[in-house]
Design a protein around this ligand. Sequence first.
Ligand code: ADP
Length: 214
Amino acid sequence: MAVRLVMMGAPGAGKGTQAERVAREHGVPRVSTGDILREAVQAGSPLGKAAKAVMASGALVGDDVVIGIVRDRLARPDAAKGFVLDGFPRTVVQAEALDESLDHAAPLVVVDIEVPTEVLVSRLSSRRICSSCGWLATSGATVCEKCGGKLVQRPDDTADVIRERLRVYERDTQPLVEFYRRRETFRAVDGDQTPEGVARDIAAAIASVLGAKR
Ligand code: ADP
């Protein structure tokens, strides 16, 4: 069965990596609002121009804007069978808009990757991404293992902005976790273990939701 999944977790929880893996395994697209917004910033489109300063400060882009982006993306044919959402929804308003846009053909599985705050801070401040392909580097690497490109710090991975993103997460997104926690399709997994361990727990969480619904 194709999966409709919302991958939740604070900045640095490993959402992107895990979302990518689940999407590949299930043959559905990964839809990352962070990536879509960063691409718009790179391209200098009107959306990118509007989002650039907001993202650099660690604040959230407006609900209407990201809701529009996700609506358009999920309307494309490759998302008809399923999708993995990464970085959306981030507020209760966004979650309500998502509920409204979905039919009831398949359950919406919600997985929250839980990681202690001090671990998040240390992961974010040490992480580097490839400036040419966007690959998330493994720690200690000096060049990208995918394309040999230069590794750089993401502009919002500096100490001040990390603190602000975690504060915004606590304030705006933690209430959303509580909103979803009451649903039968919600699962929390321990994100403070190896990526393989987290992946195993996520696969089991998804199977337990889909199995229960069959
Ligand atoms: P992280 O989860 O590590 O903070 P993302 O790549 O998901 O990184 O998001 C980077 C930035 O993009 C956010 O700090 C925010 O400014 C913006 N953004 C991404 N998704 C959303 C969303 N659903 N709502 C509002 N802003 C968003």
